[in-house]
Design a protein around this ligand. Structure first.
Ligand SMILES: Cc1ncc(COP(=O)(O)O)c(C=O)c1O
Length: 391
């Protein structure tokens, strides 16, 4: 008789990924265009790859300190001063992490006690919920509404703040909506954090992917916010480095100290080679990044224009990241039904909005981190499939 599994209760509480579910379903179909991917379709710029090869040849193949090479942290500190208006001490307030996910999970484990409530954007990156649950905390969702261009209304956060609230998670530019929070909006969120003595976990994974001259502001750069903010950054999106698993966190020294202790027990540190490559990314030429951004901007034009001509679909132009989050409410179909319909009839993989939370009902997420050619093909197929709905 097979041995009965006795896995931890913790593992049973993790919500299933709606993105993964679509991906698994898609395995049965052929000739698909995949618009569900959340990673750049570009390769890592060659000078970054070269820096990694050089590092390996020169023997940077050993353990590093838990926070990562001091030179890595210095390069990060320069970048934070230059781009984010954050002054951070490389010897205490910065640590290297395994991408944004590494930073997020360590932040949750460091800040969240069982039964602490954590305010999470909805629709939002689904991993926040899983990570809060894994830390024993309770997710409490604040809505992002289309009528507000999916921006955060501070009042929606204030209303959900209780004596048990420990932290607010914010994500700008947002996955899945592409909304970019302005300084004034961040100031309003900061006021709530200050009034109720809350931490802010600020996921800035898409900080460089911006359109139409919109600027990114780090909430930690606002007065009195650095001491209560854990800012999460990654090389994954800006430099097309998802597989390298490298990012960093800026936070008060006392928090970094504990996160480093946890990192010692979980990961020790992110790859020494990726750290060396990341230094080259930060200090090296930026033409490749500019090229990728130009390409995303052109795709964004195509995709929003096409979607807005489709029956029952309306699509706001995103301000950042590489996703659109069109409304399909006028078709009368649920998000799940629509994603399944598009998979079966158009052979296009999208993600139901509900994979990002209940407030995602009535929407689908489409990634444009894929070639223009594939985007055009997918748009044509969707157009045809949606027209059939009315006949
Ligand atoms: C909002 C957001 N945060 C974090 C991540 C994780 O990024 P990383 O590869 O740096 O762990 C993603 C990846 O899709 C994301 O969309």
């Amino acid at each position: 008789m097979a041995k009965k599994l006795k896995l931890s209760r913790r593992t049973k509480e993790i919500p299933k990924s709606g993105i993964r579910k679509m991906f698994d379903l898609a395995q049965k179909y052929e000739g698909l265009v995949n618009l569900s991917v959340g990673e750049p379709d570009f390769d890592t710029p060659p000078h970054i790859v070269e820096a990694a090869l050089k590092a390996m040849r020169e023997g940077y193949t050993h353990y590093t300190v838990n926070a990562g090479f001091l030179e890595f942290r210095k390069a990060v500190s320069e970048k934070l001063r230059r781009e984010n208006r954050i002054e951070a001490d490389p010897e205490g307030e910065i640590m290297a992490t395994a991408g944004a996910m590494g930073g997020l999970s360590l932040a949750m484990l460091t800040l969240i006690d069982p039964d602490d409530e954590v305010l999470i954007p909805n629709p939002g990156f689904p991993n926040y919920t899983a990570q809060v649950v894994l830390a024993g905390g309770k997710p409490v969702y604040y809505p992002l509404k289309e009528e507000n261009n999916f921006h955060v209304e501070a009042d929606d956060i204030a209303k959900r703040t209780t004596p048990k609230t420990k932290a607010i998670i914010i994500n700008s530019p947002s996955n899945p909506t592409g909304a970019v929070l302005r300084e004034k909006e961040l100031k309003n969120i900061a006021d709530i954090a200050l009034e109720h003595d809350l931490y802010v976990i600020s996921d800035e994974a898409y900080e460089n992917i911006l359109y139409d001259g919109v600027n990114h502001t780090s909430i930690a750069s606002l007065p009195e916010m650095k001491e209560r903010t854990v800012s999460i950054f990654t090389f994954s999106k800006t430099y097309a480095m998802t597989g390298w698993r490298i990012g960093f966190v800026v936070a008060p020294e006392e928090i970094i100290e504990v996160m480093l202790e946890l990192q010692e027990h979980i990961l020790v540190h992110p790859s020494s080679i990726s750290q060396m490559a990341a230094i080259a990314a930060l200090r090296g030429p930026k033409e490749h990044v500019q090229k990728m951004l130009k390409e995303y901007a052109e795709r964004r034009e195509i995709i929003t224009k096409e979607l807005n001509t489709m029956l029952g679909v309306t699509c706001i132009k995103p301000e950042g990241a590489f996703y659109v989050f069109p409304s399909i409410k006028k078709t009368g179909m649920s998000s799940e039904k629509m994603a399944m319909y598009l998979l079966e009839k158009a052979k296009v993989i999208t993600v139901p909005g509900t994979a990002f939370g209940d407030y995602g009902e009535g929407y689908i997420r489409i990634s444009y981190a894929t070639s223009k050619e594939k985007i055009r093909e997918a748009m044509n197929r969707m157009q045809v499939a949606l027209e059939k709905l009315n006949n």
